[in-house]
Each structure stands twice: as structure tokens, then as C-alpha cells.
Design a protein around this ligand. Structure first.
Ligand SMILES: *Cc1c(COP(=O)(O)O)cnc(C)c1O
Length: 430
């Protein structure tokens, strides 16, 4: 590798063999990458069109303080989200502190004592177990007399329609559908597939509220779950739709009544959407949303690049090298503790912030094994930025995601390969 770029890779610790291996893998990905670019182009236009139709002005980028009455930037941004998701309304606030908070808010505001919540897609994301009360927790839905039912997926990852049909009762008020696999090994659902499930539920009782946990899924496809009749889509702004610039926040887009319920719960009965100062974050919300389709595309390319690299090196990757993508998460099963640690060290060494830090496994509260995490992000905890984490237990799988630009994701993945090689783990392969 004698090009200028190759030289810089070498200077930054990527040896010729690893670089050449990466280039070889990349040469087979041209067609897939151009499909991703095509989706990003569509979504870029969708976002731009929404901003223009909502008449975003310079004044929208400023913020308010105190009560935040008449915050034109906040109100306009919510219109922009509603246009993008093709919903009646949206709630997009820095006062929604994270994805879990957005989901908890959507659930708690739309369910009442005596109602039942149903998950027809198996176990929800870890943090929701306490929201629901699957694991006892202060303030859970269970404490408020809201019951919960869950239908497991079939062994092949498909919906168990028969069991779902039986699980829907008079009490069923809301159905929650998690799009991304999160940190499980089941498949992530396409929007089309989510649409089939929603149609099935609506066919039993059209008044059941269908909510989709959209975390990590935004802008991966041209359609969003709200285009296939979801009543609410919910997510975090320090993932895809914040484009890496939003420093905090969550969103709920959906039917007017659902969003209104959430707003009255977030602030107060009687106040709803009318209060909530945006402080100084609106500029980053708008600009991050504007960049989000391309940021998501970069993260997606990184995930596919990694899947192809590690599959070629002989590891099980989920999704595999050729599967279609519906979120930005990539898992690699190493079956080996040292490999997991080496991978995370590689991701950390590629970070623009804290790149000099050496990540170590530690006993994190709430987990039943040690966990190792790698992240060096501009926004703390942001997982649209290049990041990885892994519980130190069989099958020794690493979950990684993000990358604000494709070229950073590429560098990070090459760094992981280099790190594994230097730990002697790839001895016969590279
Ligand atoms: C990240 C995530 C959440 C929770 O979001 P936080 O911002 O970490 O609270 C919920 N569901 C899914 C599928 C996620 O990926």
C-alpha cells in the first residue's frame, strides 16, 4: 500500500496485510453500498422536504428558557418529525432524557389501571423489564395495576400468530413491538414485517394501540413503522435521528391522541406540549436530524463491512454477511474471551475522544457477568458513534454499532482486526 491514504493507515497502526484484507473485502461490497446510498438519498430528501414544508427559519434554531411558552423552534421541530414519520403529531424534547424514558413515557401515558400490555415479539429490551415490572421496580406499570403478557417468537424468529391471537383479550390496550433485536440473537424485523403484525392485531381489534420501539431503526429503510399503521413510533436522539449532534433527547411520533397523552404525562395535566423550554439544543436537533440519513448510512456500511470481515475470518456474525439490514447493530460471536477484549480495545483505539484509554471488563451493576465497553464519543453514551460492548460470558459475542462517518467506522473495524492479530488470535488467518 503505497498510496497517501495507505501510508497514513500504516502510521496509525494498520499493517499492510490488514489493510489489504480490508480492501479485498470492500471490493465485494460495491453493490450493497450503492443500495445504502440510494436509501440515504431518498431519506435526505424526505428530511429536507419536511424542513422546507414546515418553514424552518433561523429563529427556529434559537432557544427559550423558563416555561418555554410559544417556543417556535420546538413546535416547528415537532411538525418536522410528524412530516417525516407521516404522523398526526410528535413530541421531541430534551426533557425526554433517553430512549428508555421515551418508551416508558409512551407506555405510562397511554395505559390506565386495569389495562394489559402485550409484547408479541418476546422479551423486550433489558431496561424495559423494570418499566413494565417484569423485574420488580419502583414506579413500574405493574405497581399501577397494568398487567403484561408476552408471546415468544417461533424458533425460526417468526411471529407466533396463533399464540398472539389467543393472547389478545378484552383487556389488551397496547401492543409493543421492538424493531431492533437489541442485544438478543433474534432477527431484527423489517418495516414490512412489522406492518403484517400490526395488520393482524388491528384485524382482531382496530382500537388496540400499536407502538413500535424504533431505536436503531430510523432511516435504515425508506419506510418507517408509522407508514405501516403503527400508532406510535418511539426512539432516542442519541441514536440514529440525532445524527450524532443531539446531546440528549427522545421522540414520540404518532396519532394525535397518543402524543397528547404523552405530553400531559411528560409535563403536567393541563400543560402538555405548551411548556418545556428548549434551552440551547435546538440547533443541534435540527442539524443532527438533517445529517441523520447519511450518518445512519455510514453506520450501516460499517456494520456490513464488519460482518463480511469477521465471517471471512471464520466467526459467526449476526446478521450474516449477505442478509438485508433493518437496524445498525452488528454482533460477532468469538467464543473466546481474549478475542472479545481485543476487539473492544481496537474500537477504543480508533476513537476521536479517549482513544488512549484501555477498556477493561468490570462488574457493572445490573448485569450477571462482567461487561466490557468501548466508546470514545463526543456525546457521552451516544451509540450512533462508533461503540462496542460485550458481556464476558459464552458465546462471547460483541455487539457494536455506529460511526458518525463511514470512513471512521472502516478505520475502527480495521483497528479491531489489527488488535486481534497483535494478540495472536488470528495467527493462521492473517
Ligand atoms: C437503546 C435502546 C433502548 C433504550 O434506550 P436508552 O437510550 O439506552 O435508554 C430501548 N430499546 C432498544 C431496542 C434500544 O436499542
Amino acid at each position: 500500500m503505497n498510496t497517501e491514504t495507505g501510508n497514513l493507515y500504516r502510521k496509525m497502526g494498520i499493517c499492510d496485510a490488514v489493510y489489504a484484507f480490508g480492501e479485498e473485502i470492500l471490493s465485494g461490497l460495491t453493490e450493497r453500498f450503492s443500495k445504502i446510498d440510494e436509501t440515504a438519498e431518498y431519506n435526505q430528501l424526505k428530511v429536507l422536504n419536511a424542513m422546507q414544508e414546515a418553514k424552518v427559519s433561523e429563529a427556529c434554531l434559537l432557544g427559550t428558557t423558563g416555561y418555554g411558552y410559544g417556543d417556535i423552534g420546538r413546535d416547528t421541530l415537532e411538525q418536522v418529525y410528524a412530516k417525516i414519520f407521516h404522523t398526526e403529531d410528535a413530541l421531541v424534547r430534551p426533557q425526554i432524557t433517553c430512549g428508555t424514558h421515551a418508551l416508558a413515557l409512551a407506555l405510562m401515558s397511554n395505559l390506565r389501571p386495569g389495562d394489559e400490555l402485550l409484547s408479541p415479539v418476546g422479551k423486550p429490551y433489558d431496561t424495559l423489564e423494570e418499566v413494565i415490572g417484569i423485574r420488580p421496580s419502583k414506579g413500574s406499570l405493574k405497581e399501577y395495576g397494568i398487567s403484561y403478557r408476552q408471546v415468544e417468537l417461533l424458533a425460526d424468529g417468526n411471529f407466533d400468530y396463533e399464540a398472539i391471537g389467543r393472547a389478545v383479550s378484552e383487556k389488551t390496550k397496547l401492543v409493543t413491538i421492538q424493531r431492533s433485536k437489541g442485544y438478543q440473537t433474534r432477527p431484527t424485523f423489517s418495516v414490512e414485517k412489522i406492518g403484517e403484525l400490526i395488520a393482524f392485531i388491528k384485524n382482531i381489534r382496530p382500537d388496540i394501540i400499536c407502538m413500535v420501539d424504533n431505536c436503531y431503526g430510523e432511516f435504515v429503510e425508506k419506510m418507517e413503522p408509522s407508514d405501516v399503521r403503527a400508532d406510535m413510533v418511539v426512539g432516542s436522539l442519541i441514536k440514529n435521528p440525532g445524527g450524532g449532534l443531539a446531546p440528549i433527547g427522545g421522540y414520540i411520533a404518532g396519532r394525535k391522541e397518543c402524543v397528547e397523552n404523552a405530553a400531559y404525562r411528560l409535563t403536567s395535566p393541563g400543560l402538555g406540549k405548551e411548556v418545556g423550554a428548549s434551552l440551547g439544543v435546538l440547533g443541534s436537533f435540527y442539524q443532527g436530524l438533517f445529517l441523520a440519513p447519511n450518518v445512519t448510512a455510514g453506520a450501516l456500511k460499517g456494520a456490513i463491512f464488519a460482518a463480511n470481515i469477521y465471517e471471512k475470518l471464520g466467526y459467526r456474525v449476526i446478521p450474516n454477511s449477505t442478509e438485508s439490514r433493518h437496524d445498525i447493530i452488528q454482533a460477532v460471536e468469538f467464543q473466546n474471551k481474549e478475542a472479545v477484549i481485543a476487539f473492544c480495545k481496537g474500537i477504543q483505539a480508533a476513537a476521536p475522544v479517549d482513544g488512549f484509554v484501555d477498556p477493561q471488563p468490570w462488574a457493572m451493576p445490573g448485569y450477571d457477568s462482567e461487561v466490557i465497553m468501548a466508546a470514545g464519543a463526543f456525546v457521552s453514551g451516544s451509540s450512533i458513534e462508533l461503540s462496542a460492548d460485550a458481556p464476558i460470558k459464552p458465546p462471547f459475542a460483541v455487539y457494536f454499532q455506529g460511526g458518525l462517518t463511514w470512513h471512521h467506522a472502516k478505520f475502527g473495524i480495521l483497528k479491531t482486526v489489527q488488535s486481534l492479530k497483535e494478540s495472536g488470535i488470528l495467527s493462521d488467518k492473517l
